[in-house]
Design a protein around this ligand. Structure first.
Ligand code: DX5
Ligand code: ZN
Length: 214
């Protein structure tokens, strides 16, 4: 699978409807929604009020990435707010399973995420219990950072382990993705690439999305 999921974190919030309509026209299949609480990560982005215009204008699935402590308190509200998938960080919780079950009970797809400093093998017990894993290729918190090359080894491992077990779990990469590294990431087994600044800071965002899929 080859999906581009532009992150609205890098959109122009004064022109959010315009930017969402651009994504609707583009070849992006999903829209990535970065929620930061200022506790799990040293930055605050947005929360439920911004889900409303996203849900209202987007014609594409909303892929919600929670960078928050206590995701168990909020995952159901994000499901109710129209998320197509809800992901949270493995290192933010003691036991992800009950939280995954809250999301599944809402009929929403699940994603487990790890930051670059978390051992990729910590995902092993959950590969068959989630719809997707998200490997951060920058430290969660800010758009516009440089891709961390060590992510490639983790990606190859997770991709091969999913294939070895015959699972359908998707692999998503988030952070520092651009026109130059997109094809290498897809070749290494990424199914979904998140791209924030590479899309929204481009002179021609729609064409940039197109180029990433080449
Ligand atoms: C980082 C977020 C990313 C971010 C990606 O904390 O999870 O989704 O918006 O931004 P770029 O593509 O600019 O690295
Ligand atoms: Zn993200």
């Amino acid at each position: 699978m080859k999906i581009i999921a532009p992150s609205v974190l890098s959109a122009d919030f004064g022109n959010l409807q315009r930017d969402i309509e651009m994504l609707n026209r583009s070849e992006a299949e999903w829209i990535h929604v970065d929620v930061m609480d200022g506790v799990f990560v040293p930055n605050i982005s947005f929360g439920f009020p911004v889900m409303e215009p996203l849900k209202k204008y987007a014609t594409k699935p909303l892929d919600v990435h929670l960078m928050i402590v206590h995701p168990e308190k909020y995952v159901e509200r994000f499901c109710d707010a129209g998320a197509w998938s809800v992901g949270f960080h493995l290192e933010a919780v003691e036991d992800p399973l009950p939280i995954l079950n809250l999301i599944k009970a809402k009929g929403v797809r699940t994603c487990l995420t790890i930051n670059p400093d978390i051992d990729v093998h910590r995902l092993d017990p959950y590969l068959d219990k989630v719809d997707m894993v998200l490997l951060m290729s920058v430290f969660a918190g800010f758009g516009g950072q440089r891709f961390i090359p060590e992510t490639m080894d983790k990606l190859r491992y997770v991709h091969s382990e999913i294939a070895r077990r015959g699972l359908k779990t998707l692999v998503e990469i988030d952070g520092g993705v651009n026109i130059d590294n997109a094809s290498v990431l897809f070749e290494a087994g990424a199914d979904v690439l998140v791209a924030g600044s590479a899309v929204f800071k481009a002179a021609d965002p729609e064409n940039t999305i197109h180029q990433m899929l080449q």
